[in-house]
Design a protein around this ligand. Structure first.
Ligand SMILES: NC(=O)C1=CN([C@@H]2O[C@H](COP(=O)(O)OP(=O)(O)OC[C@H]3O[C@@H](n4cnc5c(N)ncnc54)[C@H](O)[C@@H]3O)[C@@H](O)[C@H]2O)C=CC1
Ligand SMILES: O=C(CO)COP(=O)(O)O
Ligand SMILES: [Zn+2]
Length: 353
């Protein structure tokens, strides 16, 4: 008997375009959300978007509570939950980069409240996804959560954000190539659950982005549009899969370990991009796709070396040899690389000197 079943949870409204920041209240109406919201944001996104959106709410007679977080930690999730309970709010709005959105996502899941995702940077593909990514001691959890009820992505704001945030989003998408290779490998070797639809969507998203790399240039709102659509599509792939597997393989383990060894040194997307060069080489060797990944990253000004990341070579080697321990996720790294092998791949790909 066939007894398989699945829930694919996706946002109801996805609003993307110039000036849509002004449409948050319309989206709230459309979703029939009542009561007071809690805005979860971080310092710069607060100025750029949260305060102006709060002013719109106040003009409509609704006074939002606002909490500003600095880091994506479980303590920050607790803090948001406490404020939500104390302020008697009915739904949450995550306004900012990946960290603010992840914290809002996880807190709303715990509170059993809906949330809206209002990205201020096209820097990561968690804008739409149903996962929250949070470091915890020596490990990194990809926590199941609810996807946003709606996404409001204002391409005017995204295009004005620092250019490196957009190139980080591109690199997070380009890394889908190796994430899917790892997923297929894990399916073959460990029989992990695999979705051909999610894998194909994830790969296609990376391909479309790379094919349009010429149109991705600083200050161009069309670039923000192209990158944001790719980030959404990648997030949908994660929701279809019910896991971050389509967008997170060994290159993400490498990045998560760098976050521990060299905190705040580089952006998530930039780290996974460099990780993807390394793991593509591990999958396919000298003549493989790693050249294309490196060229694609370089064509959009994303880092391709440890030096570009502002991380020293030895830290890269340490991350490569230890990152398989971060999470129980089978990848090309298997049970870990030894130091000589790590040095070899990092040197041959030009990631270290
Ligand atoms: N849940 C998921 O499926 C996913 C989660 N992530 C997580 O997202 C995080 C990475 O996201 P990022 O956005 O790179 O980091 P982030 O949230 O720390 O943002 C990077 C910086 O950009 C600033 N910023 C945001 N918008 C800005 C604007 N318009 N102008 C000026 N500065 C602005 C932020 O305040 C922050 O200082 C990581 O924690 C990663 O694990 C990444 C991908 C998927
Ligand atoms: O960053 C992600 C996809 O781009 C997902 O993060 P995790 O590796 O924490 O699942
Ligand atoms: Zn990522």
């Amino acid at each position: 008997m066939f007894e398989k079943s699945t829930w694919i949870r996706l946002p109801r409204n996805v609003v993307v375009g110039h000036g849509v920041r002004d449409e948050v209240l319309d989206v709230i109406d459309d979703l029939h959300l009542q009561g007071r919201p809690l805005f979860v944001t971080s310092p710069t996104p607060r100025e750029v978007a949260a305060d102006p959106i709060a002013a719109d709410f106040e003009a409509a007679g609704i006074e939002p509570a606002i909490v500003t977080i600095e880091k994506a930690t479980f303590e920050a999730v607790e803090q948001v939950i406490e404020v939500a309970e104390a302020e008697d709010v009915s739904y949450l709005v995550g306004i900012g980069g990946g960290k603010a959105i992840d914290i809002a996502k996880l807190a709303s899941h715990h509170l059993e409240m809906g949330f809206l995702s209002v990205p201020t940077a096209a820097s990561h593909d968690g804008i739409v996804s149903n996962r929250g990514s949070v470091p915890d001691g020596d490990s990194r959890h990809s926590v199941a959560a609810e996807p946003p009820l709606a996404v409001v992505a204002d391409t005017g704001i995204l295009a004005e954000a620092p250019w490196e945030l957009t190139t980080a989003g591109c690199a997070d998408i380009i890394s889908n190539y190796t994430a899917v290779m790892d997923w297929r490998l894990a399916q073959r070797l460990k029989d992990v659950e695999y979705s051909e639809y999610a894998a194909a969507l994830s790969e296609m998203t990376a391909e479309i982005l790379v094919d349009n790399a010429d149109l991705i240039r600083p200050g161009l709102e069309e670039s923000a549009w192209i990158v944001t659509k790719a980030l959404m599509s990648s997030g949908v792939a994660m929701s279809i899969a019910g896991s971050s597997r389509p967008a997170s393989g060994a290159e993400h383990l490498f990045s998560h370990q760098l976050d521990r060894l060299a905190p705040e040194a580089a952006l998530h997307g930039h780290q996974v991009g460099v990780g993807s060069i390394l793991t593509a080489y591990l999958h396919q060797g000298e003549d493989g796709i790693w050249w294309d990944i490196r060229d694609a990253l370089s064509s959009i000004d994303a880092p391709t070396t440890a030096d570009d990341l502002g991380i020293d070579d030895e830290t890269v080697i340490e991350a490569l040899t230890t990152c398989h321990e971060i999470r129980d996720r089978y990848t090309i790294l298997g049970d870990g690389m030894n130091e000589r092998a790590a040095r070899d791949v990092a040197t041959k790909t030009g990631v270290i000197e």
